[in-house]
Structure formats: C-alpha cells, structure tokens
Design a protein around this ligand. Sequence first.
Ligand SMILES: Nc1nc2c(ncn2[C@@H]2O[C@H](COP(=O)(O)OP(=O)(O)OP(=O)(O)O)[C@@H](O)[C@H]2O)c(=O)[nH]1
Ligand SMILES: [Mg+2]
Length: 321
Amino acid sequence: MPVTHHDILEGFAGKERRMLSRAITLAEREAPGFPGLYDALYAQVGTAARLGVTGPPGAGKSTLLSALIREYRAQDKDVAVVAVDPTSPFTGGALLGDRVRMQEHVLDPQVFIRSMATRGALGGFARRTHEVVDLVDAFGFDRILLETVGVGQSEHDILSEADLVLVVLHPGAGDSIQALKAGLTELADLFVINKADQKGADRLETDLREMLELRFRDHGKDVPILRTVATTGEGVSELLGKIESKLAEFGAQGELTRRRQDRRQAQVRRILEQQLHNQLFGSEAQSGRIRKEQLEDTSLPPYTQATNLLKELWGAKEHSE
Ligand SMILES: Nc1nc2c(ncn2[C@@H]2O[C@H](COP(=O)(O)OP(=O)(O)OP(=O)(O)O)[C@@H](O)[C@H]2O)c(=O)[nH]1
Ligand SMILES: [Mg+2]
C-alpha cells in the first residue's frame, strides 16, 4: 500500500525514522504533493542546531563527525547526519566511505544518517536542500550535522543551511590553504586542524592564523582554530565544547535568528521563482500562460518581445481583478 501524507505525519509524531526517509525521498523526487506535506510539518521546524562541516577530500570529516556523534550521544542528544557528495554518482566511493566511517552509529535509534548525491537521478536534492534539512529538523533531532566536500555551488548551498560552519583541514595537504582562498574562509566560523598527530600541524596553524589575521583584522571576526585526532578522539570533547559555546554566543548576539531569517527569505524567493516559472510555462498540474505561438512569433527582437509579453500578462492580470 502506498504511504500517504497522513502516514508520514503520524510517523513523524511517532518518531518512525522510516517515515523521515520517505519524506526526504518525496522532496528529492520533487513529488507534486510535497509542498503540502512540508507545510503541514513546518510548525515543528526550528528546534535543531545545524552544524555544517566541510573541507578537502580525506581531511577526516566523516571520522570526526563519528567522534562528535559519540560525544553527543554520551550527553544523550539525538543526532542526524546529512552527507552531501557533489562529485560522485549515488554509488560513489565517498558516500560508501561515510557509511563505513560512521558504522558504529548506524544501528543507534537516536542517530539518523542520510547520504545524498547532488548529481544524477537524485539531483532534485540540489533544489530542495533547504526542505530536506528542515524535514530532519522537524523530526526532532537536537543536532544536525551537514557534511560536504569542497567549495562548489551545491556545497555552498548546504553550508548556507547551517547555523555554524566548521572547516576541517589536515596537515600535509599543501593546497589546503590555497583551496580556502576560493571562498570558504568567509563561511568558516571555526577551523579544525584534524590529523594533528601528523607532521605539519604547527605549520598549518601558523599559515591559517596569518591568513585569518589578514582577512579579518578589520572585521573583528573571531574564528577559533582547534586541533583534533579524529581516529583517537583526541581534542574532540574540546571541539564539542567550542561548538556549543559558539552556538550559545550566536544565539545571544541574534546571529542565529539572522541566519534563520536569511534562509527563510531565500527559500520563499526560490518558491516564488519556481511558481512564476510554472505559471509562465506550465507544469504537470497546469498549462502555462505563455502560449507556444507567442514564443514562435519572430516579428520582434527578443528583449522587446519578452518585455511586451510580460506587460501583456501583468496588464491582463490587473484587468481580470
Ligand atoms: N592519522 C590520522 N588519520 C585520520 C585522522 N582522521 C581521519 N583519518 C583517516 O583519514 C582517512 C580519511 O578519513 P575520512 O573521515 O573518510 O575523511 P573525509 O574528509 O570524510 O573524506 P571524504 O568524505 O572522502 O572527503 C581515513 O583513512 C581515516 O581513518 C586523524 O586524526 N589522524
Ligand atoms: Mg566523508
């Protein structure tokens, strides 16, 4: 029997993780009924703190997340992980890696782990990132950890869903700092030098401090740098303490509220763009207001044609009301 929205709403109330997975799949598939389901759950969004974690491939992000989950679980907090891999198709190596790295938590009913591909068949996630994270939030986790690699557009999108962004680096990756210049520094609220057991951690920290000094001297932004060894857990409880104190600081400064408002505004803009697009060109549910013949008409230059079409539409709208 197909699962109805009613089943999903009840599943959320009863904390059935299977129903959370279902809801996420509906979002990814951009199912026609999804907006109704999302809005019905919306009142429950906003209780989870969202932590974005990014950094170059192999920095130890998944291992570090696994260690963080361990700490949160010791405090009896429920944790969800949404891992986004923009580079490989769904069966790709990194996603598999995430699973292996977080193996110890897979059977824990208080931990939810979902890996996403932003390319290929499930590419709908790229357009519904915000909604997917909100669903996880609405389900009722204390912390949501968002893992992604690198600095492309889809990574940027997922990090903009975070309340606090951690950038994880490791010594030896000579291009680590170089890669940061491509835009991550602005997003970082906290740096982690992972694999601090390896040679080069001091050097990396010096370089990083120098760069932060140059960038933020005039802005007064305080971006802490912490060291961890994710494989042994060294430094992880200190990191968690810093994460929590930053969250509290952001809360007190109104920064969390500001970030949430920005996300909400961006979301409504996206929805409006989509709805306008559908109104103009049609969707499965409705036909578009621009007729095919109107587009085929080549009597006017393109910009003039488009402007006239819009004028006609808005004008027609005004008359009909
Ligand atoms: N020596 C050392 N190795 C580590 C540490 N943290 C992680 N590793 C190892 O580094 C490798 C990569 O770790 P992952 O956690 O998969 O790294 P990741 O950043 O999630 O990688 P991608 O998701 O593929 O970008 C694994 O073999 C880990 O065991 C550390 O602190 N010290
Ligand atoms: Mg990983």
